[in-house]
Write a new protein. Structure first.
Length: 231
């Protein structure tokens, strides 16, 4: 009985679809984006309590990176240990702009905008995944992200940015628009990663020695799609 269970688990772990692997890599890159933005925010905050909270949250993202990497590799994928190519820099720049705005309020407004996208992406994949192990890991991540987002909303209200205030409503419009814009750009990158996984599988079936070539071609697909989008 135990041997059957182990065999089934191993088979399931290597049967993830290219689409699922691309979605997991999207989250992995999102966590790398977040770690960079957190570092800027932590350095910029004046309140020791706010810094300590973000240091705890940053450790959550680092744990997500470890867990997602394991999920991807166990399911036959290649974990992409990089921020998103076009939007990771944008998120970092947004956090830098928050620092330049001055005070903890500016830093946390930028942090909230970045964190909203992470929360929403984790929640969507947790609800959609049919792989129970993936669903469990991603659901825990979604809980972490909801906690991070809830914390920053509460602190901003204490700093005078209530959700129903004029500033709060204006910031929420910007936040939603930013999430949609960034999601659209990262959807292109996710499609390229999915194509790469399909290519790797096709090559592996025909000639495993060509896997390195397939990976290089996959990188080219990502780059060409992103360059084409910018033109």
């Amino acid at each position: 009985m135990d041997e059957t269970t182990n065999t089934t688990t191993a088979t399931t772990a290597t049967d993830a679809s290219p689409e699922m692997l691309a979605q997991l890599n999207d989250l992995l890159q999102l966590d790398h984006d977040a770690v960079g933005a957190y570092e800027v925010a932590i350095e910029s905050l004046e309140s020791p309590a706010h810094r300590q909270a973000l240091q705890r949250f940053k450790r959550d993202h680092e744990r997500h990176i470890t867990e997602l990497t394991q999920l991807i590799t166990e399911r036959g994928g290649t974990a992409v240990q990089l921020p998103h190519l076009p939007t990771g820099v944008f998120k970092l720049a947004m956090q830098q702009a928050g620092r330049l705005a001055g005070g903890d309020r500016g830093v946390l407004l930028a942090f909230r905008t970045n964190e909203r996208q992470v929360r929403d992406k984790y929640r969507r994949l947790a609800e959609a995944s049919e792989d129970l192990v993936v669903a469990d890991v991603v659901a825990r991540g979604a809980d972490d992200e909801a906690k991070h987002y809830g914390w920053v909303v509460t602190v901003l209200e204490e700093l005078g940015v209530a959700s129903d205030s004029t500033l709060g409503r204006a910031e929420r419009v910007i936040e939603v628009a930013n999430a949609r814009l960034v999601d659209a750009a990262e959807r292109v990158e996710r499609g390229a990663m999915e194509a790469t996984e399909r290519l790797k599988r096709a090559v592996k079936r025909s000639d495993p020695s060509l896997l390195a070539v397939a990976a290089a071609v996959g990188i080219g697909i990502v780059a060409s799609r992103l360059i084409g989008r910018d033109r």
